[in-house]
Design a protein around this ligand. Sequence first.
Ligand code: FES
Ligand SMILES: [Fe+2]
Length: 415
Amino acid sequence: MRTATSKIDRHGAESLRDEGSELRFPPLPEIPRARYLDASLFDAEIDKVFRRSWLAVGHVSEYKSEGSYRLLDIPFAPVVVVKGKDGKLRAFLNTCRHRAATVLKEKEGCVKTLSCQYHGWTYDLAGKLIGVTSPESFADLDFEAHSLVSLRCELWGGFVFINFDPEALPLLDWLAPLADRYASMVVPDPDKPLRIAAKMSWEVNCNWKAMAENFAESYHVEYIHSETVTKMVDASRGDYHLYPGAHGTFVNYYIPKDEIAWEGSTATVADRLPEMPGMTDPKFDAAAYSNLCFPNSFFNFLKSGHNLIQIWPHDVDHCRLDLTLFGVDWGDGPRPAEWEAICAGYEVVELEDISCMSSIQQSLRADPDRGVPFGAREALLYQMHAEIDRLVGSKNIASRLRVPDIDLLNKFIVD
Ligand code: FES
Ligand SMILES: [Fe+2]
C-alpha cells in the first residue's frame, strides 16, 4: 500500500537542507539492532517487500534482438527476461511447468524458443507452452494452463523493472514523483544510446539493510571516503528529499573542479566523455543526485555516466552488491580509456564501504539488544525501515523488532 502523505510546499521541501541548525528533520527514535538479525523478519521482507516491490533489473540495451534473454541473479527466485517477437520485454519464472527444472541454463543468449533442458518441453518467447516431448503420454494436458509463470515487467525509460506481484501499481505510479523528476535522463535517445561500460559485484557479509543504508546517506563520506569521494564532493552538506513509498533523493554538491584531487573522480573525466542524455541542466554541474528506489535500487545520474546500485538479500547475514555503469555508446572498438580510471575509482570506493560491513554485522550479533540512533542525515534510512514495517504490517512484527513510529517523517514527504 502507498504511504499516506501530507504535502508540504515544494519550496519548503527543496530547502530541507542538512546544514546544522537549518536541518528540519525531527529527532528520530532508535530502531532495534535485532532488525538486522532476525530470520523471521528477513523472511517477511522477502515475501512482503521484495516480492511486492518493483525491482530494477537492467536496461533495454542488454536485449538487442528478438529472442535475446538474460537470467537474473535474484537470490530468492529464478527469473528470465526475454525480448519477444513484438520487441516487448517479458519476465518469467525460469521454471519449467513439468517438473520445475530450470528452463534456460546459460546466463544470457538468444533463442527462438525456450526449451527445457530436462525433458525438452518448449515455450514460445511469450511464455506459452507450445511443445511437449512424447505427447502421447500427456494426452489430456492443458497447454494454456502450463505456460511459464509470468511476472510484471515494465520500463522506466530504458530501465527494466520486474515485480512478482500481479496486483502491483503500474511502475511509473509506484516510482512517482521520482519518475517525473528524472524522466529526461532515462528516456532512450537514438543519438546517444546508452551502453553498459562495466558491471561489478561483491558478496557482502551483512544484512541487506545495512548495505542499502550505506547508499542512502552521505554522512559516512567524509570519513570512510576521506581519500576518495571527499576529494570530489563537499561531504559536509547535502540535501535530502523524501518521496512516497520510501523513495528518496540525496544531493551531494561538488567542490570546485580545479580543486578536485582524485584520479578516480567521475567529475574529472566527465569533460572527456560524451555527455549523457538529459543532463543539460547546469544543476548537474553543481551536484550529484543519488536516487533511492525502495527497497534495493539506487540510481545515480551523472554527466559522465549513470550508475545503478542494487542490493540483493541472500540471508539474514549476507547480501550481494551489484554495480552497473552506463555510458554513451562508443561504437566499435574498446571502451574509451577514461573508463579504466572511473572503474578503478568505483572499485576503491565500494571496497571502502564494504570494509565496514562484516564487522557491523558481527557487532550487531554480539550485542543485539541495543538500539540504532539515526541522525537527521539518516532520515532516508529511517523511512526505509518504516516502509518495511508498513508493507509487512507492524502488527505482524514482534514488538522488540518494530520501528517505533512509522509515520514520524510523513510530513516531510513531497510528491
Ligand atoms: S522439467 Fe522441464 S521438461 Fe521436464
Ligand atoms: Fe560510500
